[in-house]
Design a protein around this ligand. Sequence first.
Ligand SMILES: Nc1ncnc2c1ncn2[C@@H]1O[C@H](COP(=O)(O)OP(=O)(O)OP(=O)(O)O)[C@@H](O)[C@H]1O
Length: 320
Amino acid sequence: MIRVHRLSKSYGSFRAVQDVSFEIERGEVVGFLGPNGAGKSTTMKVLCGYLVADAGEVEVAGAKLPEQGPLARARVGYLPESTPLYRAMRVDRFLDFAARAKGLGRSERRAALARAVAAADLLGYLDRRIDQLSKGYRQRVGLAQALLADPDVLVLDEPTSGLDPNEVVRIRELIRELGRTKTVLLSTHVLGEVSELCPRVLILSGGRLVADGAPHALAAARTSALFVRFTASLGSARGSFDALEGAFDVSDVPVTNGAALRLRTDDPDGLATRVLDLVRERGLELVELRHEAPTLEQVFAAHTGGRDGRFDAVEAGGPV
Ligand SMILES: Nc1ncnc2c1ncn2[C@@H]1O[C@H](COP(=O)(O)OP(=O)(O)OP(=O)(O)O)[C@@H](O)[C@H]1O
């Protein structure tokens, strides 16, 4: 449904998107992550035919870009970061206007409007002025506008940004519903939203694609840790943990009773076996052994130059 090959886009001499490639199959719901200024909106605008790439090949819903820009705009539903709504207009008139702009004929418009209004859950609000709606409802109007031509592909740029928690929940439900029948590319800064809605994520950083995969697979590819707790202090056995094969960054974790360690590792299963052997050998009393997998936040940070996903007591749930 979406094929991007070596896409680059600059603003003047500033390279906003560099050599980005990915493909999205029909029916996928994909999260598009990246820090501010990573190039997400720029990529999305190119996909929707609103910006022309400097280099690369882009094909969306069968439309080649930029050659078939009008076709792409008809086949892709786009919810921009700040929805350009004519706020003094009534909802129904705005949607009718948007449907005309998409080239829908009179008879098509009626059906398109009814379908989009139902999908965006806007019934009962059609005669309201847009500027009298809450931000969540204005976002629904934007969503209805994106759905007018019944597109196969939806590109949603931070659809829940700035909404109150109830509205966030409702918009996420709508997106989940739409994801059953459509291909969705969703940019967001809310990692919980991605975990909830997207089986796959793309992470952009500094204009480059730095990760592509299922959140759990990306997490599995990162360094994780083992947390081990004992009834009593380790005494002379402490040094043996530093020497365990596959353990690095062995750190003491403050606990109220006994002793605890966090061992960073790329091989949690193998290391757990060696920890248990050592415990037996040294006659230690173990009260807890658990694997701490990296969270999506840590994966994101590691890929985008934030904190590198190191484990400390706070990230791992506070002192034990
Ligand atoms: N019209 C423009 N002219 C010049 N620079 C621009 C323009 N639009 C975006 N940029 C710059 O390009 C870079 C990428 O911007 P873009 O909006 O694509 O990032 P983003 O990942 O969507 O960020 P955010 O999460 O803040 O929306 C940023 O540094 C931005 O300042």
